[in-house]
Design a protein around this ligand. Structure first.
Ligand code: SF4
Length: 359
């Protein structure tokens, strides 16, 4: 694992080269926590506008605890993995309800909050409170695998445990500031020790002690276990449209994929035009005609939706066109403006908004 000299060099390199990211303006745990949660599965450039908008509307953890969930999901719309937003909400309520609005300052207290795992707890504890707590994610595992030239799958929990334990000793070195070490490792993985392609070993502060660099094996590391194939699922989406241009949406179930979010009515099946009309009738509306709309593929972590759509003109919503079945089935007709402004529609379905006017 990192020698003391290399750990100190990495910290110094970070202080000189840190990119001016918005969550680095201060070490407020609310800011660091929010950024770490947003950055899970999402690129930095994509997160920045969401982060700024989120904090301008919810500047304190008390504001987050008090916000209406529908509004919170709207602020999160497009970031995906919406359980992250719900867990933020839950954790903010715990901080305000049980800790008087003050963020816990040790790993155990932070780790006990909803939605916070070992990585995020280590990041907040070290960056905001100076705790000697490693934050080990894919970037850090890659840097460590190369530095120590370990040909073992970094996707294995036992490898992650071993790296975490080894790093704990590095955090204990004299002259190493936990905040700089955590952020230095993160930054190095993001801008120098890149996943593949153009590695920048020539400017790396760890080059002197890096075994993979010395042996020319950096591009072969880290080793990963083979990825599982994603499950392919056909999904047919119906854009049920009234003469006024309103469209039907409904809420997804409270558990499972995209839980509790809004969606256009759909079924996990490839439907023909005639079947789409029959499906629309089954939803309790009176369809007039169906036209083919957009198709696209949406990729989740374990599943790939091959989505196709039909734009189905229906009789007026709320009148003859909306039966009791439709109301019981939870269909709600909204204008495209209302849809855009107030309802959180996941990216998988947002793509079909273009069909409302164009088909
Ligand atoms: S020298 Fe190269 S391989 Fe080694 S840690 Fe630095 S960037 Fe990564």
């Amino acid at each position: 694992m990192l020698s003391r000299a290399d750990a100190i060099a990495l910290c110094a390199w970070f202080r000189e080269n840190a990119r001016p990211l918005p969550w680095r303006r201060d070490a407020d745990p609310y800011h660091v926590w929010l950024s770490e949660i947003m950055l899970q599965q999402t690129r930095i450039e994509a997160v920045i506008p969401y982060y700024e908008r989120f904090l301008s509307e919810l500047p304190t953890i008390r504001d987050l605890a008090a916000v209406d969930e529908e509004r919170l999901l709207k602020l999160w719309e497009g970031l995906g993995y919406y359980s992250r937003a719900r867990n933020l909400h839950r954790a903010a309520k715990v901080v305000c309800g049980e800790h008087g609005g003050v963020f816990p300052d040790d790993v155990a207290g932070i780790r006990a909050l909803p939605g916070i795992g070992d990585y995020t707890a280590g990041a907040i504890a070290s960056i905001c409170f100076g705790r000697k707590a490693p934050a080990v994610d894919g970037n850090v595992l890659r840097v460590c695998a190369r530095y120590a030239e370990r040909f073992e799958p970094v996707t294995e929990p036992s490898v992650k445990r071993r790296v975490t334990e080894a790093l704990e000793a590095v955090y204990g070195y004299r002259g190493v500031k936990p905040s700089d070490l955590t952020q230095g490792l993160m930054e190095l993985g993001e801008v120098v020790c890149l996943p593949s392609g153009a590695l920048r070993c020539s400017v790396c502060p760890l080059a002197g002690g890096c075994r993979a660099y010395a042996h020319g094996t950096a591009a072969d590391l880290p080793v990963r276990a083979p990825k599982k194939e994603k499950r392919e699922v056909d999904v047919t989406v119906l854009i049920l449209r009234t003469g006024d241009g309103d469209v039907a949406i409904r809420k997804r179930p409270d558990t499972g994929l995209l839980a509790g979010l809004w969606e256009f009515p759909n079924v996990e099946q490839r439907l023909s035009q005639a079947e789409a009309l029959a499906f629309a009738e089954g939803l309790g509306v009176k369809p007039l005609c169906a036209k083919k709309g957009l198709s696209h593929t949406h990729v989740f972590t374990h599943i790939r939706w091959r989505m196709r759509s039909y734009v189905v003109d229906v009789e007026e919503a709320g009148g003859a066109g909306t039966t009791a079945t439709a109301k019981q089935g939870g269909l709600r007709f909204v204008s495209p403006e209302e849809l855009t402004e107030t309802h959180a529609l996941p990216t998988a379905f947002r793509k079909f908004i273009d069909c409302i006017a164009s088909v």
